[in-house]
Write a protein that binds this ligand. Structure first.
Ligand code: NAD
Length: 358
């Protein structure tokens, strides 16, 4: 039987509670598939600093690189906010992503039918929205040189190389092949030279994927189209800063932040994590919504382990739990039949995932 090695990073705040539920669901799915998991728990964030003096101990990097995938909760909290920047949990996370070379951030924005009323947009606009934002994560203006400031001037540089664009474009087209086979590449090619290169290279790469339709859109129009008619998008391919903004906008179409998963992938190993933080305000109360983390585990099965059917079982189990009216506190006002604790909804989803045959 296949045994996948998973590095587990629970982190701070609600991190341990939500990762435990994702593990429960993964084990339930494994029990009716021909594979199993071997988990190794490692530390990152404030809890790592408290024990080792470093928010990202070397062991965490080594164990992660020797695993098939990383499942991560969240880090951070007020307790560590006054530490010097390099000791803070958030610095550990940024360093972690860089060490693992995860250049592609995948953020699905899926609106569950049962929760159309949880969005700030009208139900008819957002019903059936299913978008995947593929954002370049370790290049562009956040990393370009030169950068700096003096008293009267501040400057950053947006740089992309051909190879950086090629590798993220390949990711987007491959992902689109498994979806509705449409990529919309977002840029500002009417103004920026770097965007014109982006557009040219994406167009070149698209020749290798004749089954995928490619369109281009300027970023300002994309921001508008996302709220006007989000259903027109399948895969949105973006650079770092445009994706940062658009993926937050896309995720808010869906209602609660506790629902949204993500994957950060590269050539070595992927990190699968909810988009939200450690929610210190609700930590330890058993009310956090674990669905974002459970859905991240599903992405891990799909993208890292290529266990698509098992991933589908989890996705269907989440939908079934929602359609039967099970809700954590954050969604209690949206057609809840029963308000559940973190662990109760985790068990319900695990139970359904183990039973889902189709
Ligand atoms: P947050 O995402 O932790 O919380 C924002 C709000 O959403 C809070 O009211 C919280 O209770 C709620 N929320 C978040 N996740 C939820 C869930 N699963 N179920 C129900 N409600 C949920 O953002 P914040 O409060 O700005 O940040 C808290 C800490 O998290 C900070 O230290 C921040 O730096 C850190 N953070 C970490 C990550 C990460 O680990 N990837 C990401 C963002 C923020």
């Amino acid at each position: 039987m296949k045994k996948y090695k998973i590095a587990l990073i629970k982190g701070d705040g609600i991190g341990p509670e939500i990762v435990d539920e994702a593990v429960k669901v993964l084990d339930a799915v494994a029990s009716c598939c021909d594979f199993d998991f071997a988990y190794e728990e490692v530390l990152m964030g404030g809890c790592a600093y408290d024990i080792t003096g470093d928010p990202l101990p070397q062991e965490t990097i080594t164990t992660s690189l020797n695993s098939d995938a990383v499942l991560f909760g969240a880090i951070g909290g007020e307790k560590w906010d006054s530490l010097p920047r390099e000791k803070r949990p958030e610095s550990g996370l940024l360093r972690f992503r860089k060490e693992l070379g995860v250049y592609a951030n995948l953020r699905p924005a899926v609106v569950y039918d049962e929760l159309v009323n949880a969005s700030s947009l009208k139900p008819e606009i957002i019903k059936s929205v299913d978008i995947m934002v593929v954002r370049e994560l370790i290049g562009g203006i956040y990393f370009g040189e030169p950068k700096g400031r003096d008293e009267n001037k501040g400057w950053n540089t947006m740089v992309y190389t051909r190879s950086e664009i090629e590798r993220i474009a390949h990711q987007a087209f491959k992902i689109a092949q498994k979806r509705d086979k449409r990529v919309c590449s977002i840029d500002k090619a009417n103004v920026l030279d770097v965007s014109q290169l982006w557009r040219d290279v994406v167009t070149e790469v698209s020749a290798e994927y004749p089954d995928v339709e490619l369109t281009h859109m300027y970023v300002d129009n994309a921001a508008m189209q996302l709220v006007l008619n989000p259903k027109q998008f399948d895969v949105m391919l973006t650079g770092n800063i445009f994706g940062d903004i658009l993926s937050d906008e896309a995720s808010m179409l869906c209602g609660s932040i506790g629902l949204l998963p993500s994957a950060s992938i590269g050539d070595k190993i992927g990190v699968y994590e909810p988009i939200h933080g450690s929610a210190p305000d609700i930590a330890g109360q058993g009310i956090a919504n674990p669905i974002a983390t459970i859905a991240s585990a599903s992405m891990m099965l799909k993208y890292a382990l290529h266990e698509e059917e098992a991933a589908n079982k989890i996705d269907r189990a989440i939908k079934r739990a929602l359609s039967e009216g099970y809700r954590t506190k954050d969604l209690a006002q949206y057609d809840a039949k029963e308000v559940c604790s973190t662990s109760e909804i985790g068990s319900i989803i695990a139970n359904y995932a183990a039973k889902c045959k189709h």
